[in-house]
Design a protein around this ligand. Structure first.
Ligand code: PEP
Ligand code: MG
Length: 578
């Protein structure tokens, strides 16, 4: 039998969930084509050919960046703008043209220079430089495609539903992908790379890290890609294909329903929970924003600063904050001041934090140590706050003294703006992220001076247990709450409620359906999460009774190990489930 009909399951790393069904389209590897290029007769003419190709690629970079900027917001659009900037770099171009002048074909010169640069960047000690190596490779590939006249992804437009297979995928491939591309299966890359970030933003299933994928599949073969399990099934049996199509259709229908869902997040016995969104960019604000969301509970503003060559100005920042405030008006928007540090290093143009990423200059400590930067940032937030629905929240506050400093800085910035004649409306509510045990233990004092709390369970679990949140062992503790963290959340809720202040949870636990009854039972008022989890959390809330949740929480507070809590949450108390 022909190989093409043998069913194969290739395993990789899940990078963007969802099921895709389509025919395989292999994105060509260009290296063999480049190596066949002979030396040019006239180097001068070859240089002109290179320059013309460079201009076309540059123009496309700019168009793609503008397109992504419009669809996904600056956090993503800027990823592509950086490419356009580098392409115009004088030193880089001199080096390429010099090689062409000495007799190399343009494709070969481009590949030689950009491969050299990307290898140097890959080996660099500096994290910022290191991350640049894929950008250089990307630019090289785009230039070579242009010079060779080879195809871009646009060519799959009339090929029906396709799953693109590639050895390596650039953010560009996603930036201008035609709508009939239903999934990506790629040999290299990791789930936190830019291509994966864009795939998730566009809701396209993606699996990365499938070794030898190009050789393992054939162009045109039928396939099913499961972005949640990390599997690519090539030549599936008719039964598998039928079930996959059914599951895919069900997923698409659920997503469409979620967008029009208008139910209220209320328990069966009438406890209203505010259901809020966590956002990182200003992307899709008016389309993917489920009606159920009561606003934005956490705008991780530091993402506006990522992947940029220059710092965003006050005006740049204001525009983004204002866009979110207006899109959600009159619902509230909680803007968290930047939380640089940990795995989120500040961009070029401002000083990086110190070596100990998670416990060094992080969150509010970073801002208070960089006053000029902080003032610009707060000016933008305060100006956007004139709309009347914005709150500001400080991350990584350890206690009262730091909070007072941050509040005083905010007031000083506001006074200055007012002295300049800027109309700001009422002072903004000011809240605290409770994400270190110290803040949780001091919640009584903090609640007196803060307008609200939001518990960042991702960090609270990390700092309470001393387990790095990026370590693979973390998830076991994060999913099934350890008793120490439950006690801390209870303390925070009680302290806040005594002063009539609200408590949100905005860490990943907020959408864990096992943890939701417990958080509600502990008295948490608001849950804030990625938009994609709002529909399932809404359903979970509507199936619960508040009295049952309270009983559950009382039991959980008596338990002493994560295992006991896990067992309790897996067998809900009477009245907690529908
Ligand atoms: C948290 O720590 O739970 C949180 C929401 O903040 P981040 O994940 O951005 O650190
Ligand atoms: Mg945090």
């Amino acid at each position: 039998m022909d190989n093409i009909l043998v069913c194969k399951v290739l395993k990789g790393v899940p990078a963007s969930k969802g099921i895709a069904v389509g025919r395989i389209f292999i994105m060509q590897d260009l290296a063999p084509l480049v190596s066949r290029k002979a030396a040019p007769d006239k180097p001068e003419a070859e240089i002109l050919r290179y320059r013309a190709a460079r201009e076309r690629v540059w123009l496309r970079f700019k168009q793609d960046a503008a397109h992504v900027l419009k669809e996904l917001g600056p956090g993503k659009g800027n990823i592509l703008d950086v490419h356009a900037l580098i392409l115009k770099d004088q030193v880089l171009n001199q080096e390429i043209e010099l090689l062409i002048y000495t007799g190399k074909k343009a494709e070969v010169a481009v590949e030689t220079v950009l491969n050299k640069i990307s290898e140097q960047q890959k080996q660099a000690q500096n994290k910022y430089l290191k991350e640049r190596f894929t950008v250089s490779r990307d630019i090289g590939r785009q230039l070579v495609i242009e010079l060779l006249g080879a195809h871009r992804l646009e060519e799959v437009k009339d090929k029906g539903d396709v799953i693109v297979v590639a050895r390596q995928l650039t953010p560009f491939a996603l930036a201008d992908h035609p709508a009939n591309i239903k999934g990506f299966a790629v040999e290299t890359g990791g789930p936190t790379g830019h291509a994966a970030i864009l795939a998730r933003a566009y809701n396209i299933p993606m699996v990365l890290g499938i070794p030898g994928i190009e050789a393992a599949v054939r162009n045109g073969a039928q396939a099913v890609l499961n972005g949640a399990t990390g599997e690519l099934i090539v030549n599936p049996s008719p039964e598998v294909l039928k079930v996959s199509i059914m599951l895919r259709n069900r997923e698409l229908a659920a997503a469409a329903k979620a967008r029009t869902e208008n139910a209220v997040p209320e328990t069966r016995d009438g406890r209203r929970i505010n259901l809020l969104m966590n956002i990182e960019t200003t992307r899709n604000l008016d389309t993917s924003n489920p009606h159920a969301a009561d606003g934005v509970g956490l705008f991780r503003s530091e993402f506006l600063f990522m992947h940029r060559e220059t710092l965003p100005t006050e005006e740049d920042q204001f525009r983004e904050f204002d866009k979110v405030a207006k899109a959600f008006f009159p619902r509230k928007v909680v803007i968290r001041t930047v939380d640089f540090g940990g795995d989120k290093q500040p961009p070029a143009g401002i000083e990086a934090g110190n070596r100990s990423a998670y416990s060094g200059l992080r969150g509010i400590r970073y801002c208070l140590a960089h006053e000029e930067f902080f003032e610009t940032h707060l000016r933008a937030i305060l100006r956007a706050g004139a709309s009347g629905n914005v709150s500001v929240m400080f991350p990584m506050v350890p206690g009262l003294e730091t909070f007072r400093k941050a509040k005083a800085f905010l007031k000083m910035t506001r006074d200055k703006l007012e002295a300049e004649g800027v109309k700001l409306g009422k002072p903004l509510p000011v809240g605290i992220m409770i994400e270190v045990p110290s803040a949780a233990l001091m919640a009584g004092s903090l609640a007196r001076e803060s307008d609200f709390f939001s518990v960042g369970t991702n960090d609270l679990v990390q700092y309470t247990l001393g387990i790095d949140r990026e370590d693979s062992s973390y998830s076991g503790y994060g999913i099934f709450l350890p008793p120490s963290v439950i006690q801390l959340v209870q303390l925070v809720v009680d302290s806040a409620h005594k002063k009539n202040k609200s408590v949100a949870v905005c860490g990943e636990l907020a959408h864990n359906t096992l943890a939701v009854p417990l958080l509600i039972g502990l008295g948490v008022d608001e849950l804030s999460m990625d938009a994609s989890h709002i529909p399932s959390t809404l359903q979970a809330i509507r199936s619960l009774s508040f009295s049952g949740c309270r009983e559950l929480a009382q039991k959980a507070l008596m338990l002493e190990t994560p295992g006991e809590i896990k067992d309790l949450l897996k067998s809900p108390a009477p009245g907690t489930a529908a």
